[in-house]
Design a protein around this ligand. Structure first.
Ligand SMILES: Cc1ncc(COP(=O)(O)O)c(C=O)c1O
Length: 401
């Protein structure tokens, strides 16, 4: 039999999806599973987007321009302006989700063997895209004890070598919910400048910042405009994961030129998706406000609930809709499997993502899980009861510290 490629073998399994077969089996046994494991928002998509799709009146569902429709990109300019991000339609390339924007950024800016520094825990697919591009992720560990704040410059300097080409941040962060402060963003800017690195900044959760702290986009940082590549997506802000629309934004013409070649090879971003995404920009202000308010309440419900369970600790996430929580267990992957395979309470159980999949450092995150608060409050409360019961019964409970 022909062999699988080294890259194919090296590709990590998604830590979010790898327990899915166990959840499917639990459901077959009649057990209701509360999904705290996945970042698929459950809130409705703006009605204007649904209507736009319903009323698509075209004779041909054709390819769209490789960089995306101009009308959409022009309208996006106004959206970014609201966040103090000053770009033109030409700076924006529409991609198949934020995922493709990450991949094309890597493909266009990195040579095989080049290194990207990423604070961990990190969105797991970054590792997968780095492998696809032949690049190497070097992680710098942030800790739950310090609330996942950015490590000091010296920690970065230890990793920087002639192969280092980029720093990648996710702000607000998936999986930790951390929001970088102005001081931290300035620290990143100075490192990027000093070592002439790319700064890939994934800001797909900018809508969800809960602390009143300012949102500092990489695009706000002066003096590194040519180094910044912004990754964006409509998946999370409009509950539109399925339309596969994202964007890669950069002022760097050479980067755009390279990215465009990858865009041309894949021909076109989704046509129907762009129609929905463009319409979404006309969603009434209450839409975003309602969604935001709902997440504020869920966050409170979840974090208060988690911290009331003996032995559990979660920092208060400042943004996005995730948290990384520490559990009093020997191994969170074993615990998450056990919840699906062996545990149930009143015929229900809970599914979480073991946090080890968000770290590359061996052993890191072993007693942590990532929890997404994309369930309504009532379900979140039920899921918290299940978690408490599961921890009481789990045979591999660790001593509380
Ligand atoms: C941090 C981050 N970046 C990018 C993505 C990719 O999203 P999409 O490809 O749906 O736009 C996700 C999805 O969960 C994410 O959490």
């Amino acid at each position: 039999m022909p062999q699988i490629s080294e890259r194919g073998l090296e590709m990590p399994e998604s830590p979010i999806r790898k327990l899915a077969p166990l959840a499917a089996d639990a459901k077959k046994r009649g057990i209701k599973v509360y999904h705290l494991n996945i970042g698929q928002p459950d809130l409705p998509t703006p009605q204007v987007a649904i209507d736009a799709i319903k009323h698509v009146d075209r004779k041909i569902l054709e390819y769209s321009p490789s960089q995306g429709y101009r009308s959409y990109r022009e309208k996006l300019v106004g959206y970014y302006r609201k966040y103090g991000i000053s770009v033109t339609a030409d700076d924006i390339i529409v991609t198949c989700g934020g995922s493709e924007a990450v991949l094309f950024a890597f493909m266009s800016c990195l040579n095989p063997g080049d290194e990207i520094i990423v604070p961990e825990p990190a969105y797991a697919n970054y590792m997968a895209f780095a492998i696809s591009a032949g690049a190497k992720i070097r992680t710098i560990t942030t800790t739950i004890e310090e609330g996942f704040c950015l490590p000091k410059v010296e920690k970065f300097e230890e990793l920087i070598n002639p192969k280092t080409r980029a720093i990648l941040i996710c702000n607000p962060n998936n999986p930790t919910g951390y929001l970088y402060t102005r001081r931290e963003m300035n620290q990143i800017r100075d490192m990027v400048k000093k070592h002439d690195l790319y700064l890939f900044s994934d800001e797909v959760y900018r809508e969800y910042i809960y602390t009143g702290s300012p949102y500092i986009s990489a695009c706000h940082l002066e003096g590194i405009e040519q180094n910044v590549v912004l990754i964006d997506s409509v998946s999370k802000r409009y509950s539109e994961c399925g339309i596969r629309i994202g964007a890669l934004i950069t002022k760097n013409k050479e980067v755009r030129k390279a990215v465009m070649k990858f865009c041309q090879a894949r021909l076109s971003p989704p046509l129907i998706g762009q129609i929905a995404a463009e319409a979404s920009l006309d969603a009434p202000e209450e839409y975003s406000r309602d969604v935001y308010d709902e997440y504020v309440e869920r966050r409170k419900c979840l974090i208060d609930g988690l911290n009331r369970i003996p032995g559990v600790y979660s920092p208060i996430p400042m943004g996005a809709f995730y948290t990384v929580a520490k559990l009093p267990v020997d191994d969170s992957e074993k615990f998450c499997r056990w919840c699906l395979e062996e545990f149930s309470y009143e015929n229900e159980t809970v599914m979480m993502a073991p946090a080890s999949g968000f770290y590359t450092t061996p052993g890191a995150g072993r007693n942590q899980v990532r929890i997404a608060y994309v369930l309504n409050k009532e379900d979140l409360r039920k899921a918290l009861i299940l978690l408490r019961k599961a921890l009481e019964q789990y045979p591999g409970r660790a001593e509380d510290d």
